[in-house]
Every structure is written in structure tokens, then in C-alpha cells.
Ligand binder design. Structure first.
Ligand code: AMP
Ligand code: MG
Length: 339
């Protein structure tokens, strides 16, 4: 009898379920329609989806993530046509960038349309919008027929998820489905470009750099993440602690790695690193591949339950593209480091 009761209780316990294929999309649409959450893959990281036009559903995203209400969400769309429904004005600059990079890892900040609930935009007058380059994300949005919010599907401040298992591990036993789209190719979050102010600027670096955005717009575009005051005002998500493993983590120069003890996890790309102790996780020298693997390596390092994680500073790139990716990686690593 007791065993039967336990079996029943286990069945009743909420759990995160990983689903694949057309059934996953259909179940996802059902859940979104009922105001529930659905974790879905994008080319950057896994997102925690909800109907972007339903304030109650969006509130569940903030609650599950433990995300401060002051940090606005990105609205995911299936293309330019849907993007136009959530902004007050689709500008010529938006058209140029969307045509050049969508579907892809570039988010545009524009003046919001009235239909977007205030909670999505932290009660500001702008909305961030992006069309993700992942077949599952596009299939989900198209089948749902409406935009969905999609912050990273992890507890606020922690390492972003790039596999369905990361999502399930992060939230534990909650009633959530994760659409399995494999490992995220780009591996770090989108470039956020602010087109709402007088001067266009990059608020968060990503795989697509400010230089490339500038070339698309035919003018110079700055990345302003270092200007703390402006960042607080325009993009609250790019300040403070973020991307953090539970294990104390530091950025280390190549020379320092040899002094690692048994209880250190090392993320290193140099092939000539021979630490006397510790657990080595080999990182790629190629910066695109490094970005793709970074969060997976941090999750793996955290799971090793050692005293600390040391990350070798990534290789210096030679091309403008490499330099952009490196800057985006460094922005994450600087904020992953703590303790
Ligand atoms: P996440 O979805 O967790 O990758 O974070 C979304 C990023 O987009 C954060 O850095 C937010 O601050 C930024 N963001 C979202 N909406 C806006 C907006 N309306 N204005 C400026 N930044 C935004
Ligand atoms: Mg996030």
C-alpha cells in the first residue's frame, strides 16, 4: 500500500519533461495557449517562452527565473512582419539590420506598441525584439501565431543553458516542458542594438559585433556596456552579477594555470598547459567554437564540485569578427567570475 502511495505521489510531483519533434511543438503551442511556460532552443541559448501579449503568462517567467521586474525581456518573432506588430514604428535602420541578420543573434530595441504588456518591457517605452535562427523556435512561434518572450531558461544570475538538460537541472521539479533542439550553436546571448534613442548603440555584445552593425547601418556604432550609468538606464540586464557558476570562479592568465591544485577545474585552450593538479576541460582556440562551448564547459565545471574554477583568458583573435566574439566572451567571463 505504501509503495502504491509513493508511486502515486511521484506521478503527482511536478517535473521538467524534455520532448522532441512535432509532438513537442504541438504540446508547446497548447501550453502557450493556456498561459503556461515552454522552454525552447534558439541558436544562442535555451529560452523560457510565454505568450508575449499575455501579462499573466509573462509574470510566470519572472517568478520561475527569480528575475527582477526591472530587467526587461526579449520578444521573439518569426520574422519582420510579426516584429512590426510589437513596435510603434519599424524604422529604416531596423529594416536594414533585420534584413542583414535575421533570423539570427541580433536583438533590436525599438519604441513599443501598445499591445505589449508593460511587464515585458519593465514598464519602459521600448521593446526588444529578435527573430531566432533555430528551426524549433521558428516552428513554435509560427504554429503559435504570436510573439513569445524568451529570456534564458535558467534561474536569474546563473549560467545560461545551452542543452535541454541544463534547463531541467536548473529548475528542478517544476511543471515545465523543454523542446529538445540539441546543443545551441552560437552558445552566447544575442547582440542587443538600441535603435530607439537618437544615437544607435550596442547595449550587449554578442557574436555580431558593433563594427558589423555599423557597416550595415553605414555609420559608426559604439558598444556602451562599459558606460555603467547609461547601461543601467537603457539595458539593466547588462550590469551586475550574471552567468555565475555556484563554484567560485576566476579568470586566469596562461602563466598562472601551472600552479593549479587538485581541487581546481581548469578551462584552458593552450595546448601547452600541464597543470600539476586539477581537472582540465579543454577549450577550443577558435573563438566562435569557444563561445559555442563556454556555458556547457561552465556547467560541467560546476558539476565537478571542486573548490574553484579557473578560466584561461581566451585567445586573442586576428579578425574584426574574432575581436567582436572575444569581447562578448570577456563580458560574460568578467561577470561569471566571483568569490
Ligand atoms: P536575456 O533575455 O536574459 O538574455 O536578457 C535580455 C537582454 O536584453 C538584457 O540585457 C536586457 O536588459 C535587454 N533588454 C530587453 N529589453 C530591453 C529594452 N526594452 N531596452 C533595453 N534593453 C533591453
Ligand atoms: Mg539570461
Amino acid at each position: 500500500m505504501q509503495r502504491l502511495m509513493n508511486k502515486f505521489k511521484n506521478r503527482m510531483r511536478a517535473m521538467t519533461e524534455i520532448l522532441e519533434g512535432p509532438t513537442a511543438i504541438a504540446t508547446g503551442v497548447d501550453r502557450l495557449t493556456n498561459g503556461q511556460l515552454v522552454a525552447f532552443p534558439t541558436e544562442t541559448v535555451y529560452g523560457l517562452g510565454a505568450d508575449a501579449l499575455d501579462g499573466h503568462a509573462v509574470a510566470k517567467v519572472f517568478a520561475l527565473k527569480g528575475r527582477p521586474a526591472t530587467n526587461p525581456l526579449i520578444v521573439h518573432v518569426s520574422g519582420i512582419q510579426m516584429a512590426k506588430t510589437v513596435v510603434a514604428q519599424w524604422t529604416q535602420e531596423a529594416e536594414l539590420i533585420a534584413k542583414a541578420y535575421w533570423p539570427g543573434p541580433v536583438t533590436l530595441v525599438l519604441t513599443k506598441a501598445d499591445c505589449v504588456p508593460g511587464i515585458v518591457c519593465a514598464n519602459g517605452d521600448t521593446v526588444a525584439v529578435r527573430c531566432p535562427a533555430h528551426p524549433c523556435a521558428l516552428a513554435l512561434i509560427e504554429a503559435f501565431g504570436k510573439p513569445i518572450v524568451g529570456p534564458s531558461a535558467n534561474p536569474s544570475g546563473r549560467i545560461s543553458p545551452t542543452t535541454p538538460e541544463h534547463v531541467a537541472d536548473g529548475f528542478g521539479d517544476v511543471d515545465l516542458i523543454v523542446i529538445d533542439g540539441g546543443h545551441c550553436r552560437a552558445g552566447i546571448e544575442s547582440t542587443v542594438v538600441d535603435l530607439a534613442g537618437d544615437i544607435s548603440k550596442v547595449l550587449r555584445p554578442g557574436i555580431v559585433g558593433a563594427h558589423a552593425i555599423g557597416e550595415t547601418l553605414g555609420k559608426s556604432v559604439e558598444c556602451v556596456t562599459q558606460q555603467a550609468e547609461d547601461s543601467v538606464a537603457r539595458s539593466p540586464g547588462v550590469v551586475g552579477a550574471h552567468y555565475q557558476p555556484r563554484t567560485p570562479t576566476k579568470l586566469a592568465s596562461t602563466g598562472l594555470l601551472a600552479s593549479a591544485s587538485e581541487s581546481v577545474v581548469l578551462l584552458a585552450w593552450s595546448t601547452d598547459v600541464h597543470p600539476s593538479g586539477g581537472t582540465l576541460i579543454s577549450m577550443p582556440q577558435d573563438l566562435g567554437q569557444y563561445a559555442s562551448m563556454l556555458y556547457r564547459a561552465l556547467h560541467q565545471g560546476d558539476k565537478a564540485s571542486q573548490d574553484s574554477i579557473w578560466i584561461e583568458e581566451p585567445a586573442i583573435g586576428s579578425t574584426a569578427q574574432d575581436q567582436a566574439i572575444r569581447a562578448a566572451i570577456i563580458e560574460r567571463l568578467d561577470r561569471a567570475a566571483h568569490g
